[in-house]
Design a binder for this molecule. Structure first.
Ligand SMILES: Cc1ncc(COP(=O)(O)OP(=O)(O)O)c(N)n1
Ligand SMILES: Cc1nc(C(=O)O)sc1CCOP(=O)(O)O
Ligand SMILES: [Mg+2]
Length: 215
């Protein structure tokens, strides 16, 4: 596993991909061509076996220098690893299994991302062994029904400064937020609809990355 780069972090959504007539794997492939550096497979509806196959399919087409993370499902991560997939870690939130338990289940080398937006959550995530935190939402979003209140770019950057591990922003992020998030101390920006719903996921990823790199 190469050192993770969270700069442009795609979180997948099968129904959005299908709304554009594509599979998750097709969108991942197009987004990787546009420069996505990290991919989280997030599937709230399918069964465990479908989710496992989605993870295996994505791992099979993603280059080694792109990090692959499984949302929520520790069992799916462990099953994919057992089958030899090059899956790198998991992302869990405040209502998922406790991070300290997840760290023991996945071992010391796997990546563990934890959603944490308050100083208390960030301190706890770090002491539980998180490798990075996800902070959100930056802007309101229709993608996550139970999303918390928006922090804005300024609030997100403030929260990121509490962290001594990399912080990834999420929620309603578009290309015009990227440069301010980077300047605000974020290590990356995670997007769902900006790529999964894009007419051209490669061009969308390229634009997001270009804005991230803008001085
Ligand atoms: C990078 C990143 N940050 C935050 C989240 C949200 O995780 P969680 O709070 O567990 O919510 P669900 O995604 O499980 O609905 C994330 N997935 N990725
Ligand atoms: C999966 C997820 N988690 C969030 C959080 O704040 O924890 S917001 C979110 C969805 C982000 O989707 P979009 O880029 O389409 O707004
Ligand atoms: Mg979760």
């Amino acid at each position: 596993m190469s050192t993770p780069n969270y700069s442009l972090y795609l979180v997948t959504d099968q129904s959005m991909c299908e709304a554009r007539g594509r599979s998750v794997t097709e969108v991942v492939s197009l987004a990787v061509a546009g420069g996505v550096t990290c991919i989280q497979i997030r599937e709230k509806d399918g069964n465990a076996r479908e989710f496992l196959h989605q993870v295996l399919d994505v791992c099979a087409i993603v280059p080694d220098d792109v990090t692959v993370i499984v949302n929520d499902r520790i069992d799916v991560f462990l099953a994919a690893r057992t089958l030899g997939a090059s899956v790198d870690g998991v992302h869990i939130g405040q209502e998922d299994f406790p991070a300290s338990v997840v760290r023991q289940l996945i071992g010391p080398a796997a990546i563990m991302g934890v959603s944490a937006s308050t100083p208390e959550e960030i301190t706890q995530a770090e002491s539980d062994g998180a490798d990075y935190i996800g902070i959100g939402v930056v802007h309101s979003t229709d993608t996550k029904l139970d999303a918390p209140s928006p922090l804005g770019v300024t609030g997100t950057s403030k929260a990121a400064h509490f962290a001594s591990i990399p912080a990834v922003a999420i929620g309603g992020i578009k290309a015009n937020d990227m440069s301010a998030l980077r300047a605000g101390g974020l290590s990356g920006a995670a997007v769902v609809s900006a790529i999964c719903l894009a007419e051209d996921p490669t061009a969308a990823a390229q634009e997001l990355l270009q804005e991230w790199s803008r001085q």
